[in-house]
Write a protein that binds this ligand. Sequence first.
Ligand SMILES: Cc1cc2nc3c(=O)[nH]c(=O)nc-3n(C[C@H](O)[C@H](O)[C@H](O)COP(=O)(O)O)c2cc1C
Length: 204
Amino acid sequence: MDHAAIFACSHRRGGNSDHAAELLAEGVRRAGGEAEVLYVRNFEVLPCLACGYCDAPERTGRERCVLGPTDQAWDLFAHCLSARTILFASPIYFYHLPSRLKTWIDRGQQFWRARLDGEPWIADLPDRTAHAVLLAGQPSGEKLFEGARLTLKYFVHNFNMPLADPLVFRGVDTRSDLRAKGGFEARIVELGATAWKTAADRAG
Ligand SMILES: Cc1cc2nc3c(=O)[nH]c(=O)nc-3n(C[C@H](O)[C@H](O)[C@H](O)COP(=O)(O)O)c2cc1C
């Protein structure tokens, strides 16, 4: 447990979520931590086949998913097991998370199943907290972030993590909108620093 894993979840290179992810990393580093930014769009992730292969309790670890060795989903999952904290920077797409991220999250069914079977490699992970920055173009929409928040909450629960209240921003739309809002940027850096400090204190 030595680093903060930061998932940059947009399909748009150099956009607001990429920038938010880099600001989170800056905060982590300022607090003395090590940060790794993972651009989810760069990982080949196949959709869950709902094939039931992971239901067999004798299959453990990476062997639990029939797609395990065939794509890069596990290159991302490995960080959920080993990082001291994980953070997401994601745009809202149609009131939810972008499709590549959601495809990866659906592959997390194997962990949900392993926890159900009480497998110690997943059930005994240390308590850690996950964080999220969510960015949306629209200025309004009462439940704009709710779908994304719930999905992230139940995904990170697989890894023994509660999801802290996400930091949300509205009216961030063109590629450079976040860069134009210094107040927003400062809050994201601060979140990165606080997330690392809290995680480091907990780890002792
Ligand atoms: C496919 C798609 C769907 C979107 N859906 C929404 C939406 O439902 N609500 C909203 O406020 N903004 C929506 N947006 C706008 C993005 O959330 C916004 O532009 C965001 O800043 C993009 O972040 P990025 O630069 O990291 O890609 C959508 C954008 C795209 C490309």
